[in-house]
Ligand binder design. Structure first.
Ligand SMILES: [Mg+2]
Length: 292
């Protein structure tokens, strides 16, 4: 990005009017990455070779315990080379619980978190929301709950999830009872709907999902897209796979997600399940050197 110079120029000889302006002691303009870093409590890797964006359940948390220990140890060792982003439907409270529960097998906090199916972005170390990424989503959410409430009240087959969700509504869905006819009505009111794992029904501000929030975050990070690999296993990961970034559909991916594979040329279908599938995909995409 072209934010060069420190705004200070040497005062030599007579100055033309434009040089007088240019020589004023102005504050350096921060790059997008510097602006992001200022809202985080821990430093990002200076020059990451890989930005690894992983869903949690069934993906980073999937696989046998020995496989998970091995993968988490590798991630911890590569902390300066691999910028790790969680990208999950869980809310921040639930993410904090996962980090605490799986710390004994070596899971460490990521550098960044995308939570609430793309509606929250937080610092990995502190789990504090990052305003520059969250504020635009918050704006889209304004007024929406009031417009959606009459459509969702008394809907058969939906029960609210006990999560501290922000900028989205999260339900458990019983597909036997659920009337799909409400989806176009919610869309007309300005929402997007995501059915995932045949159990979860999320109502999000239109245009916000795991993929859109990831792409916005990558703009702030100023990384090249060839350094990015995403990984997931259910339908709420589809938006990540539709970004065109390199993606890994892990071996245990749900059937409804697999149906989309033929139209996703940048996505690799791993044989291995969960985190072993992520490792397999990274090797497929030429990141073997990160194991050297
Ligand atoms: Mg999952």
């Amino acid at each position: 990005m072209g934010f060069g110079g420190d705004g200070l120029r040497p005062l030599t000889g007579l100055l033309k009017p434009d040089e007088v302006v240019a020589s004023a002691p102005v504050a350096p303009i921060a790059s997008p990455r510097q602006q992001l870093q200022r809202q985080l409590s821990a430093p990002l890797p200076e020059a990451p070779e890989l930005v690894l964006v992983t869903d949690l359940d069934g993906t980073l948390l999937g696989g046998s315990t020995p496989e998970r220990r091995r993968f988490y140890r590798w991630l911890a060792e590569q902390r300066e080379r691999v910028l790790h982003v969680f990208c999950t439907g869980r809310d921040l409270v639930s993410i904090a619980r996962v980090l605490q529960q799986d710390e004994p097998i070596g899971l460490r906090a990521p550098h960044l978190v995308i939570g609430d199916v793309g509606c929250t972005v937080a610092c990995g170390a502190s789990l504090a929301p990052v305003p520059l990424a969250v504020d635009p989503i918050e704006q889209r959410w304004q007024g929406l709950p009031e417009r959606l409430a009459p459509l969702l009240a008394h809907q058969a087959g939906l029960s609210l999830q006990p999560v501290s969700s922000n900028r989205r509504l999260a339900y458990y869905v019983d597909l036997e009872l659920f009337d799909h006819g409400v989806i176009p009505q919610l869309q007309a009111a300005g929402a997007d709907c995501v059915l995932s794992d045949s159990r979860y029904f999320d109502v999000l501000p239109a245009g916000v999902n795991k993929g859109s929030t990831l792409l916005a975050l990558l703009e702030w990070l100023e990384v090249e897209s060839r350094c990015v690999v995403t990984a997931g296993d259910t339908l709420n990961d589809l938006a990540m796979f539709e970004t065109g970034l390199q993606g890994v559909m892990v071996g245990n991916a749900e059937a409804a997600l697999l149906e989309h594979l033929p139209r996703l040329p940048s996505v690799y279908r791993a044989e291995a399940e969960g985190c072993a599938g992520i490792a397999e995909g990274l090797r497929h995409f030429g990141f073997d050197h990160l194991w050297d």
